[in-house]
Design a protein around this ligand. Sequence first.
Ligand code: CTP
Ligand code: MN
Length: 586
Amino acid sequence: MQNHFDIKNDSQLTLYNTIMSTGSIPREFIQRLLSQVDIVDLIDGRIPLRKKSSNNYFACCPFHAEKSASFSVSHTKQFYYCFGCGAHGNAIDFLLQFDRLSFPEAIDALAKHAGIDVPRETISNTAHSSIDTQLCDVLTRIAKYYQTELRQSKTAIDYLKNRGISGPIAKEFCLGFAPSGWENVLQQFGTTLPLKHQLYEAGMLIKKDEGGYYDRFRERIMFPIHERRGRIIAFGGRILDKGDPKYLNSPETPIFQKGRELYGLYQVLNANRQIERIVLVEGYMDVIALFQYGITYAVATLGTATTAHHLHRLFRYTTDIIFCFDGDAAGRTAAWRALLTTLPSLRDEIQIRFMFLPEGEDPDSLIRKEGKDAFEQRIQTAVTLSSFFFQTLSAQADLTSVDGRARFVKLATEHLNQLPPGIFQQMMFEELAKKGRTEIISAQMPPQMKLQKARAPSSLRLAIILLIQQPQLAHCITEPLPPIDLPGFALFFELIETIKNNAAYTTGTILEYWRDRKEGKLLAKLALLEHMIPASGIESEFLGTLQRLKKLANKQQIDQLLSKAAKGELSQEEKYRLHQLIHDKK
Ligand code: CTP
Ligand code: MN
């Protein structure tokens, strides 16, 4: 299983950038930071590394379960790679994956490790984040207050007991109680006008028409919503017994966006070092009941449909996601909607499954009836995305008629085109071809789908491989490279420039320049490739590739000039140039 986040296409990239919005940490700083930390130290502080050779260290991979050590860290490359699961990256990636930090958090942590301060380019940004911190702080204090109130309310305690919630679980999820009264929070936490305003901003107060405020939550069991690091950003409140609305949630605030947050994620991350799978359920009580019964890997969306943001957040921790829905028609419709949302994000290694509960049950009621094992059995047998996809579409069309099949194929093709190109998409198209008993589909497959055969690295590819693995080689390039019309040449050229403009460079630092770009993934792959060239031969091999590239450039120029000559369009200068090139070639 892979735990790392990687990006397949531009729309994911944009999304990734929005999610991971780096604020404004100057790029040069990130580079300097990377050159000042040693990835071996950083990783060794978290998982003990064993020395294999002067530059290479090994350990059991922290990103997948294994008994033999396939996780390697290279001192020279400042890069890690797992031969088992493929996890890889530089020091920043390690913090993203292992400490599960966001990008700005990883930079902060790394700077702390190196003992340097992080400069921020705009002050407003910092000011902004401190307002957020203040809002989280006040909500955390209010959550404590609600917890105290819970301990004092027999009705509230009885309610939770009746629902089978244990004391430790109530504590784990910081459950609380908002007592009756219109001004509890207002009076305790809103002692000044600015504080009142802050409470309002945080969603805890409602404005009266005639001026003034009152408490949003009254006489409700309170479920604090934690962000990933455990700060409280919002609340959900359930009415005791019956009443409307059953659940009342914080409104959207500067620190709370429903379409991004997942209830329970903080507790799930706390309870598990490695997360093999995550079950996505609907309700607060579902998450809590599952957790209490030992299924410590369920999270809930907050009364909204699943969004791409939710998914991308989950993909940072696991590649195996199970959506859990009611077994009724509404549940199926919701599942189909969730399926459509996931399509554009489905990288090859991701596995999505759908689990439908018996009618009238939710995970909370079911786990209490059946227990953990039976529930996990249901998880095991959840239907795969592909069978749910084809099931649903076939139910909408009559596959016995030609018209029906055509409709089916057309609909499915539209949806499958949403998938990122890759093996999974190809398999889905093949399945569709079988199901629709038609050959037309393969013609509609996007061209990049025709999988390329692995072939011996071309000179250019080899040059890039050697250069990304040993950036010092750039200094063998003493004269400017002639431009070559080859895919990948621009990348090679940029790689050389980047290395030459950097004083301290390692594979890990150089790759940082490509973090948010689509070629980054290719470069990382090439950085890991075994090229089988002995260390002593690398430099001459590199020079050899340069020679071959120069020859190719010459040949391209000659061809170009000759074709011009054939049309009689050569200038005097070009004639001279052609003459030279032909001479050089000999
Ligand atoms: N929800 C909400 N607002 C409502 C109703 C529901 O935000 N008025 C959200 C809550 O997150 C809730 C989830 O939708 O947990 C599922 O709702 P529902 O199935 O009605 O509630 P349960 O989770 O089953 O709650 P309970 O078991 O407490 O009745
Ligand atoms: Mn319920």
